[in-house]
Design a binder for this molecule. Structure first.
Ligand code: NDP
Ligand code: 8X3
Length: 252
C-alpha cells in the first residue's frame, strides 16, 4: 500500500532530502515549511521525477492556529498521514547562556519543541484511530552532548528525544512506531541560519571535515521507515567518521 509521508521543514537541507528519498521510494509526500516558493519548486520537480502525489502546505510551526488549520486541511486532502517526520528546526546563535539573545533562545524553544509537539498533537490522534503510524523526530547529537554556547539548542534536542520516548510509551498498545534520529554535523544551511546569514562563519563549521550530507540522513530515514511491522528503531545516532562526540571533531 502506498504510504503518505509528511515532512516538516521540507523546503531545504535534511527535510528536502528526506522528501526526495520518500518520493524515490514510491511514497506520496506532504511537504511543509514557511517558504512557499521553494516548496512549489520542489513539488514541481518531485511530480516530474516520480509518479507520486505531492501535497504542499505553507505554515510556521510556531503559529498554533496555522498548524491546527493546515494539519486539518492536510488530513482532509490526503486522508491519512502514515509517517510524520518532524524535521523543522533551527539553532540561532552560539554564545554563552548569560550573554545570549533572549529572543533567539525563545525562538529555538518555540520551533524545536513547541512546534514539534503542536504538529504531532494534530497528526497523532488519527494514527491512534487507524492503529497505524510512524513518527520520526529529528533530534541531534547536541541532545546527547551539550557543547559550549549551545545550552538552549542542546536542551531543545534533548527534549525531542524525551518527547519521543514519552509518546512511544503513550501509544504502546497501538501499531505506532516512534523514532528519534540524531545526526551530528550535516552540511546544510543550518549554520547560515544559526549565524544569521554570515556565510563565511557558517563555512568554517564544515572546514577540514568530510561532513555528513543531507542525503545521508535521508538514507537513514528510509531505512528506519522501511523496517517490517514488528521492528521499531527507537533511536539512531549518525555522525561523520571524524566526529566522535557532539563537538569532538578531527579537522585535517
Ligand atoms: P536547514 O536550515 O537547511 O532546514 C531547516 C528547515 O526547517 C527548513 O526547511 C525551514 O523551512 C524549516 N523551519 C525552520 N523554522 C521553521 C518554522 N518556524 N516553521 C516551519 N518550518 C521551519 O537546516 P537542516 O536541514 O540542517 O535542519 C533540519 C533539522 O535537522 C533541524 O531540526 C536541525 O535542528 C536538525 N539537525 C541539523 C543538523 C545539522 O548539522 N545540519 C544536525 C542535527 C540535527 P522554512 O525556512 O521554509 O520555514
Ligand atoms: C546540529 C549539529 O553539532 O551543530 O544539530 O549541534 S551541531
Amino acid at each position: 500500500m502506498t504510504r503518505t509521508c509528511m515532512i516538516t521543514g521540507a523546503s531545504s537541507g535534511i527535510g528536502k532530502a528526506i522528501a526526495y528519498a520518500f518520493a524515490k521510494n514510491g511514497d506520496n509526500v506532504v511537504i511543509t515549511g514557511r517558504r512557499k516558493e521553494q516548496l512549489e519548486t520542489i513539488k514541481k520537480d518531485l511530480e516530474i521525477s516520480y509518479s507520486i502525489n505531492v501535497t504542499l502546505a505553507v505554515f510556521d510551526v510556531t503559529n498554533v492556529e496555522e498548524v491546527i488549520e493546515q494539519c486539518q486541511q492536510i488530513m482532509k486532502e490526503v486522508g491519512q498521514v502514515d509517517v510524520l517526520v518532524n524535521n523543522a528546526g533551527l539553532a540561532l546563535g552560539l554564545d554563552k547562556f548569560q550573554e545570549y539573545d533572549l529572543a533567539d533562545m525563545l525562538t529555538m524553544i518555540d520551533t524545536n519543541v513547541r512546534g514539534l509537539l503542536t504538529v504531532t498533537r494534530q497528526i497523532l490522534p488519527q494514527m491512534v484511530e487507524n492503529n497505524n503510524g510512524h513518527i520520526i523526530n529529528i533530534g541531534s547529537t547536541a541532545g546527547i552532548y551539550a557543547y559550549a554556547g549551545a545550552a538552549v539548542y542542546a536542551a531543545t534536542k534533548s527534549a525531542v528525544k524525551v518527547l519521543s520516548d514519552g509518546i512511544r510509551i503513550d501509544t504502546i498498545d497501538k501499531n505506532i512506531k516512534v523514532t528519534t534520529l540524531q545526526p551530528g554535523i550535516v552540511e546544510t544551511d543550518f549554520s547560515q541560519v544559526r549565524f544569521h546569514g554570515d556565510k563565511e562563519r557558517a563555512a568554517t563549521v564544515y572546514q577540514g571535515i568530510d561532513a555528513l550530507q543531507a542525503e545521508d540522513i535521508a538514507n537513514c530515514t528510509i531505512f528506519i521507515a522501511n523496517q517490517p511491522a514488528h521492528v521499531q528503531i527507537s533511536d539512531m545516532t549518525i555522525m561523520a567518521t571524524k566526529q566522535a562526540t557532539g563537538f569532538t571533531i578531527h579537522r585535517e
